[in-house]
Design a protein around this ligand. Structure first.
Ligand code: TMP
Length: 204
């Protein structure tokens, strides 16, 4: 039986990376992240998030993230799943749909198509959304912002709205968790939500 591929999504400032790490630790799963997860992916991540990359076009941004994803899937995710390991990825395709498709306005269908080309059609089995209201997320982001975090309040509201819409359109694949509590409170909810969906197989 193949390993489970779980992704954790949410806006910047949602505490999603901490939650993804805690979930992976609990499940004994491989933790990985996007953009990144490979040497090439981390280089592309630095280029995309560098606040000095001001000239980067929205289309180039989308394709650099897709290139990082293609490498990540081929080098990390597929080999792990083929060895029956569980994988938790801190962001995946749905980040691109939310940020580039809706946030940048490049269109969700086009971004999904590019993403599925990058992943050889691999999709997450389960997507955890850390849901948080915009003002709290903005507060948690603080002041030292990367290129995408700097994109403005309207951009970040479109991202959160897009996540909520995707989750409500496909409730069988999404688990929505209120991200407003303490790290431990949210983590307990994430773990309970994932285990109730995957049952005991999450630990296999
Ligand atoms: P992180 O800081 O949550 O790891 O994510 C890095 C940033 O990259 C975050 O602002 C969201 C952005 N991003 C996209 O815009 N599209 C994507 O497909 C991914 C994976 C991340």
């Amino acid at each position: 039986m193949p390993g489970h591929f779980i992704t954790v999504e949410g806006p910047d400032g949602s505490g999603k990376s901490t939650q993804a790490r805690l979930l992976a630790e609990h499940l004994g799963a491989i933790y990985t992240r996007e953009p990144g997860g490979t040497k090439l992916g981390e280089k592309l991540r630095n280029m995309v998030l560098d606040p000095n990359s001001e000239a980067l076009s929205d289309h180039a941004e989308a394709l650099m993230i897709a290139a990082a994803r293609a490498q990540h899937v081929e080098e990390v995710v597929i080999p792990a799943i083929e060895q029956d390991k569980n994988v938790v990825s801190d962001r995946f395709i749905e980040s691109s749909v939310a940020y580039q498709g809706y946030g940048r306005g490049l269109g969700p269908e086009k971004i999904l198509e590019i993403s599925l080309f990058a992943t050889q059609n691999l999709q997450a089995d389960l997507i955890v959304l850390i849901d948080i209201d915009a003002p709290l997320a903005a507060n948690r982001r603080g002041k030292n912002l990367d290129r995408i975090e700097k994109a403005g309040d309207d951009f970040h509201s479109r991202v959160m709205d897009a996540y909520r819409m995707m989750a409500s359109d496909d409730p069988g694949r999404w688990v929505v968790i209120d991200g407003s509590g303490t790290v431990n409170e949210v983590s307990r909810k994430v773990i309970a939500g994932v285990e109730s969906r995957l049952g005991k197989h999450a630990r296999d």
